[in-house]
Each structure stands twice: as structure tokens, then as C-alpha cells.
Design a protein around this ligand. Structure first.
Ligand code: CA
Length: 267
């Protein structure tokens, strides 16, 4: 068990909550998300394509990955989950692509996707697009994912600062997405977790409206996990709520839990 200077007093349980909100401007919610607290699976997707296409693409992404992970869990006693997760993202791309080809109404649909698989001491993750995974440790917020956007490439090349990128007019232009091309390569990572760490998965409806330092404060609030999720949604709406907003908040805790802490409903 990694301690990071601290240790668990008893076996930790995962506390997690997911919330999504249509925001204040959009007429549809095109985000999809799923949490399985028992297995420690957190999945989130942000659809694009307009009309009913965005909803469909993000739902396809989440459902496809979930089904694929469940099939892997059934087939193997000790599966390589990060490999399974990455493989399911590639397959979800094909599924969205094929569904788009079969219908003129959906031929331009696509989605971002980020999935995190948690166990005490470790998070594994895979993603495509600009939905993000953040880690809060000792008050410091770190983005574990790296946006697949044109603006992020400018940042990587030293042409833009992170601060300039946050307000850049082209910040939404993706360099990778599900359903966009016949092939896609998800980025993956595995990160050691310490007691006290908190994780956040979110769509750009949060990060376009709320700055990282405010996210850090809200994510670190000493309240129940569901209340943290609600406060993040409310912060994005207070700032204008221009897009759909989705968040999944999760952390391991070895304290005696309240019944409604472990895993709150996601809508
Ligand atoms: Ca969005």
C-alpha cells in the first residue's frame, strides 16, 4: 500500500458521485457518464454532432466500453484492465464510426471519452479528446490527462502558455476524437494514489467555465462526495453554464461511511 507519508487505518472504500447538467444555454445534454463504485469504474463522454447525434455518440462510447469491460471481467480472473480499457476505446471508435456511416443524420457524430479504473493505491486511465482527469493531492491540482486539442499542441511546442490556451478561441478543436477517423489511438496512464487523494473526471463544460484554482478549492472541500460534485456543477452554471457540464468525483476513504456517501446517483 503506498503511503505518501500517510497510511490507511483500515481497508479503504471508494466514495464516488457523478452529476451531469444541461447547463444554461444548450437545448440538449450530449454528455454521458457511468460509475460502478463496486468495481471502481468511472466512465465519461462528451458527444458532438448536433441534433440527436451527440447524445447517441457519447452514449455509444460509454455503453460500448462498459459492456467490453464487463465481458473482460467475466472472461478473465485477473485481467489486464488498462489493456482492456484501451482496446474497448478503439472498438468504441469503430462502433460510432459504423453507426454514423449507416445514417445521414448521424454521419458527423463523434465523442470524447475518458475512463478511469480505480483500486486502492492506483488509478489506470485511457482517453481520447479533451475531457479531463484531475488529481488533487495536498491542495494541489494536477491534470493527469493531456487534452487532444490543437491548442494543447501549441502549448507543448511552447507557442502558447497554459493560461493563454484556456481562453483561446480554438481551444475546442480536437486533434483526436471517437468517430472522427477510422482509427484512433487512446492515451493511457497508470498513477499511484496516496491516502487523501481526490480524483475528478469532467467535460469541458466545467473547465471552460471554472478555473483550475477554483476547481481545486471545491474538490478539496471537507464535505460528502455528492456535495462536491454538486458544487462543481453549480460553479460552472454560476459562471455562465454555456455547455453541458458533467463531473465524476471519487476518492478512497477508510472512515466509517454514511449510507449515501458510497456512490450517489448520477443524474
Ligand atoms: Ca462539451
Amino acid at each position: 500500500m503506498p503511503d505518501g507519508g500517510k497510511t490507511w487505518e483500515r481497508a479503504p472504500t471508494l466514495k464516488c458521485a457523478a452529476r451531469t447538467d444541461i447547463g444554461l444555454i444548450r437545448s440538449r445534454n450530449e454528455d454521458s457518464l457511468w460509475i460502478d463504485a463496486g468495481r471502481g469504474w468511472l466512465l465519461l463522454a462528451d458527444g458532438m454532432g448536433g441534433h440527436s447525434s451527440g447524445d447517441l455518440a457519447s452514449a455509444l462510447a460509454v455503453n460500448y466500453v462498459l459492456d467490453s469491460l464487463l465481458a473482460t471481467a467475466e472472461k478473465h480472473e485477473a485481467p489486464d484492465y488498462i489493456e482492456a480499457l484501451a482496446g474497448s476505446v478503439v472498438d468504441a471508435n469503430t462502433a460510432i464510426r459504423n453507426a454514423g456511416k449507416q445514417s445521414n443524420a448521424h454521419n458527423s457524430m463523434g465523442a470524447t471519452f475518458i475512463g478511469a479504473l480505480l483500486k486502492p493505491g492506483e488509478v489506470s486511465y485511457a482517453y481520447v479528446g479533451d475531457s479531463r482527469l484531475y488529481l488533487l493531492r495536498d491542495g494541489m491540482l494536477t491534470q493527469l490527462s493531456r487534452d487532444h486539442t490543437l491548442v494543447q499542441e501549441f502549448v507543448n511546442a511552447g507557442h502558447l502558455t497554459t493560461e493563454m490556451a484556456q481562453y483561446h478561441p480554438y481551444r475546442g478543436l480536437l486533434t483526436r476524437g471517437l468517430g472522427v477517423h477510422d482509427e484512433v489511438e487512446p492515451d493511457t496512464g497508470i498513477y499511484a494514489l496516496h491516502p487523501g487523494d481526490r480524483l475528478l473526471l469532467c467535460t469541458d463544460g466545467l473547465t471552460d467555465m471554472v478555473e483550475d484554482h477554483e476547481i481545486a478549492v471545491l474538490l478539496g472541500m471537507p464535505v460528502r462526495v455528492g456535495e462536491v460534485a454538486v458544487s462543481l456543477i453549480e460553479a460552472a452554471k454560476s459562471a455562465g453554464g454555456r455547455d453541458n457540464i458533467s463531473v465524476i468525483v471519487a476518492w478512497f476513504d477508510d472512515q466509517v461511511q454514511h449510507d449515501d456517501d458510497r456512490c450517489a446517483a448520477y443524474r
